[in-house]
Design a protein around this ligand. Sequence first.
Ligand code: HEC
Ligand code: HEC
Length: 305
Amino acid sequence: MSDFISNFWHLYVAGLALVSIIACLLLLWFSGKAKAMTAHDNTTGHVWDGDLREMNNPLPRWWVGLFIITILFAFVYLAMYPGAGSFAGKFGWTSAGQYEAEVAKANEQVAPLYAKFQAMPVEDVSKDPQAMAIGDRLFMNNCAQCHGSDARGSKGFPNLTDADWLHGGSPEKIKETLTQGRMGQMPPMAAAVGSPDDVRNVAHYVLSLSGSPHDSLRAALGKSKFGACAACHGMDGKGNPVMGAPNLTDDIWLHGWGENAIVNMINNGKINQMPAQASKLTEGQIHVLASYVWGLSNNKSAAAK
Ligand code: HEC
Ligand code: HEC
């Protein structure tokens, strides 16, 4: 893949590289040809400190030889390795390719270790100190930027240490989440609910489900409109992991608590994505990570640390 936005820059860089090398060659050639004015005693006529005279000797042969070898090396290098614009070079070497080869080699070395963990059920892996040390590092490198280094998440990014799951907390479901990613999608619902007042009423009904402070008159009015939400959140509001629809009765709020946050949710909906890891991580790594995540909410010792 070329990193240049247009062919011009490819030619510009390639041209600059080649012209510079050729210029070195010409410099050498011309300086060999040029006749410096020579005095009869083979000095240039420059004198310093009274009696230091500059001689006009030719460059030593070994030095000229090195110079030529350097120039030839530059041509050979440009032919073999990338350097002349977007010309890839005969070896097709890239830093990304070298990195990938090193990653593949490292993965091969740890393969037996992962094979051991993959043969164990998630519950057992989550109690293996070595596996959890690996899981912790994998989490820091791949997950902490979104879920936080303590895995407790933040607004929009779910807490992975509690027993509340959008998509299911069984080992299989967690593995599925990691492998193929998840797309949490709530459509804007205002039109289905009715007037802005109806929307506020439903919001108060939702607040009442978790026993959060609410206006009970509004909640009572909003209850009849909750049917629009039941397809995903369930008639009882306890959510549905198949849709990734959260439980609205547990007082755990992914997108903020209170009337405004809920009204905003109803009016605008939400698309929230957990990126798939299958192309980034190996199956073994996903197994260890799933065990790590499962352990956070299921193993007392791991959750307490
Ligand atoms: C770019 C941000 C991002 C990264 C990186 C990320 N996640 Fe997520 N993750 C999310 C979001 C956002 C959700 C919620 C998706 C939704 O709303 O349905 C999520 C959901 C999840 C869930 C499902 C939670 C539930 O309640 O069902 C698990 C498990 C999870 N992530 C684990 C991980 C692990 C392990 C990693 C590291 C390999 C990781 N995530 C990396 C953003 C991220
Ligand atoms: C098509 C399915 C669907 C429908 C219908 C739906 N929701 Fe949702 N809702 C979701 C999903 C999925 C999420 C989680 C979004 C995410 O992954 O971040 C969500 C999230 C929410 C949240 C945020 C919860 C939190 O923890 O912060 C609230 C509040 C909510 N919905 C209320 C409603 C109300 C009220 C209605 C009816 C007016 C409704 N939803 C209708 C699918 C739906």
